[in-house]
Design a binder for this molecule. Structure first.
Ligand code: NAP
Length: 239
C-alpha cells in the first residue's frame, strides 16, 4: 500500500477536458491522484505530465472503459489497494452524443446510461465502504444542465444526466449519517473537446479552469457544510 499522508483524489474519464483541469488543480495542492480514461495513450501522456510537474505525489493512471461494470469495479479496487482510502471521488466520465429520443439510433440510450450513469454507480459502490468505515470522504458527481432541463438534441444524454441527478440525490440522503458529503455539479457548456467543430467564440463557454476552481473551493469548506447542488453557466447563458 502506498499513499503517505497526502489526500487522494479518484476521478474518472479525466485525461482531457474538465477532468484533467480538476486533476491539475488538486495535484498542485499535493493530492495523490488516481484517474482513468478510455485511451491508453492519453492516460500515459497525462501520467508523464503529472510526474514531471508534481514529482512528490503518487499517481495511478489506467485505461478503463467506464461503461464496463467489471472494469470499473477492478479499477476502484486497485485504487483502494494502492491508496487505502479515497478522500474525494469525482464521477466525471461521460459521453455526449447528440440525438433525439424519437429518432436517434437504437442503442444510444444504453450507451449513455452505461457510460454516464452505471459508471458512477459502480465506482461509488467500489470505494464507499472504506469511506463509511472512516466516516470521512466526499463524492462529487459531474452531471450537466442537461440533467436539469431537457432540450432538443439532448436525447438519451439528457435522460442519463437526469438519472445521474437521481443517483447523486439518493447518495446525499444515504450518506449524511456517515459524514460523507455529496455534491451534484451541473455545468452548462464548458469549452472542451466535446465541443470540437462548433463554430462559436470561446467567450460563449465556461472556462474549464473555472469548473476546477469551483470544485476545489467547495471541497475546502468546513466539514460542517455541504454544497448539495452547484449550477454553473456561461455568463451569456446556455448555448
Ligand atoms: N463540456 C461540456 O460542455 C459539459 C457540460 C456539462 C457536463 N459535462 C460533463 O462533464 C464530464 C466531462 O466532460 P468533458 O467535456 O471534459 O469531456 P471531454 O473533453 O470530451 O473528455 C472526455 C474524457 O472522458 C473519457 N472517456 C470517454 N468515454 C469514456 C469511457 N467509456 N471510459 C472512460 N473514460 C471515458 C475520455 O477519455 P480519453 O481521453 O482516453 O478519450 C476523456 O478523457 C462528462 O460527464 C460530461 O457529460 C460536460
Amino acid at each position: 500500500m502506498e499513499g503517505n499522508n497526502r489526500k487522494t483524489l479518484l476521478i474518472t474519464g479525466a485525461s482531457r477536458g474538465i477532468g484533467k483541469a480538476i486533476i491539475e488543480k488538486f495535484a498542485a495542492q499535493q493530492f495523490n491522484i488516481a484517474f482513468c480514461s478510455l485511451q491508453e495513450k492519453n492516460v500515459l501522456a497525462l501520467v508523464a505530465e503529472l510526474k514531471n510537474k508534481f514529482p512528490d505525489i503518487t499517481v495511478l493512471g489506467k485505461a478503463v472503459d467506464m461503461s464496463q461494470r467489471e472494469s470499473v469495479k477492478a479499477f476502484g479496487k486497485e485504487a483502494l489497494a494502492k491508496f487505502n482510502h479515497i478522500d474525494l471521488l469525482i464521477n466525471n466520465a461521460g459521453l455526449f452524443q447528440p440525438g433525439m429520443v424519437h429518432n436517434e439510433e437504437e442503442g444510444q440510450l444504453e450507451k449513455m446510461i452505461e457510460t454516464n450513469l452505471y459508471s458512477a454507480y459502480y465506482m461509488t459502490r467500489s470505494v464507499i465502504e472504506k469511506m463509511k468505515e472512516k466516516k470521512a470522504g466526499t463524492i462529487m458527481n459531474i452531471c450537466s444542465i442537461a440533467g436539469l432541463k431537457a432540450y432538443p438534441n439532448g436525447g438519451s444524454y439528457s435522460i442519463s444526466k437526469f438519472a445521474m441527478q437521481g443517483l447523486s440525490k439518493a447518495l446525499r440522503e444515504e450518506l449524511k449519517e456517515y459524514q460523507i458529503g455529496v455534491t451534484t455539479i451541473y455545468p452548462g457548456a464548458v469549452l472542451t473537446d466535446a465541443w470540437a467543430g462548433v463554430d462559436l467564440p470561446e467567450e460563449r463557454f465556461i472556462d474549464v479552469q473555472d469548473i476546477a476552481e469551483s470544485i476545489y473551493s467547495i471541497y475546502c469548506l468546513s466539514r460542517r457544510t455541504v454544497v448539495e447542488d452547484l449550477v454553473v453557466r456561461p455568463m451569456l447563458g446556455d448555448i
